[in-house]
Design a protein around this ligand. Sequence first.
Ligand code: UDP
Length: 194
Amino acid sequence: MNHVEILGVPFIHSTRNEFVDILHQRIKQQKKTFVVTANPEIVMMANENKGFMEYLQAADFITPDGIGIVKAAGWLKKPLPERVPGFDTMKDLLSLANENQYRVYFLGAKQEVLDQFIHIVSNEYPKMEIAGFRNGFFDLDNPQIAEEICGLKPDLIFVALGAPRQEQWIYQNIGKFDKGIFMGVGGSFDGIAG
Ligand code: UDP
């Protein structure tokens, strides 16, 4: 896949639909995948913090989350086709999970937000299998959380801890898993919970 690099961060050159198709193939192949959706703040954070840049470099795909990245690519004369936002991509993947009865795990947000979010998505995507969920207030270095999630064998793991915590958690734990699409989704659970 082609990339467009902005301040050292390589963005996928793909439409949202094309990207979701790629992820669907990888789910079918059980290929572990680390997805970062990055806005300008994330690019700046990566340039100020070497550790965070290391997490981004470990990602399989970085998508342009936000018009600022698409505009910057245009100014650099390396245009990107469109925004591929985390929130919309998560919803596309939930539809895919519903159509194919994939197993999904949700990690993050406050307990009451998470409960409301789970209530909404289990009604909206009734055939999706909810492998489990846990709120986002735990010690990032606690290895048991990943071990427990791993045992539930999810196909998709959405991590809503905000940046950089969500990327750090994925970076530190993805090695323990045999499969799964891991994606940091920031405040998306709050966005759906309302
Ligand atoms: N969050 C969490 N654990 C934390 C800090 C934040 O689960 O230790 C959750 C927070 O409740 C919210 C989500 O992370 O649901 C995104 O937080 P924020 O809006 O700060 O991140 P952004 O969307 O700006 O990346």
